[in-house]
Design a protein around this ligand. Structure first.
Ligand SMILES: [Zn+2]
Length: 95
């Protein structure tokens, strides 16, 4: 799990869409969990980008249900080894 020190330097890249997919996912995951970094990102002036790309802190129930269902039905699928990476890609804003 990324911490704030690791997340901070990536926030400008996040705003510029200039991160590797892995970095983007890691930042997205951190932002979901970390209000401090969400606030930091907001303070950088990325409001418009933030609205487009920041994952909602609380996903709609349908999304949470789907996510939970996939987690619980996926079992020990080999592709999911390593912490369920890639199950949900929060990193791509809608076109
Ligand atoms: Zn943080």
């Amino acid at each position: 799990m990324m911490d704030c020190d690791a997340c901070g330097p990536l926030l400008s890249g996040w705003m510029d869409d200039d991160l590797e997919p892995d970095e983007r996912r890691a930042v997205a995951r951190h932002l979901i969990a970390c209000a401090a970094c969400r606030e930091r990102l907001r303070s950088y002036g990325g409001i418009r980008h933030l609205l487009r790309s920041l994952p909602r802190p609380e996903p709609p129930r349908s999304v949470a249900r789907t996510f939970h269902a996939r987690l619980t039905t996926a079992g020990s699928h080999p592709a999911l080894d390593g912490g369920h990476a890639g199950l949900v890609d929060w990193g791509e804003p809608p076109a």
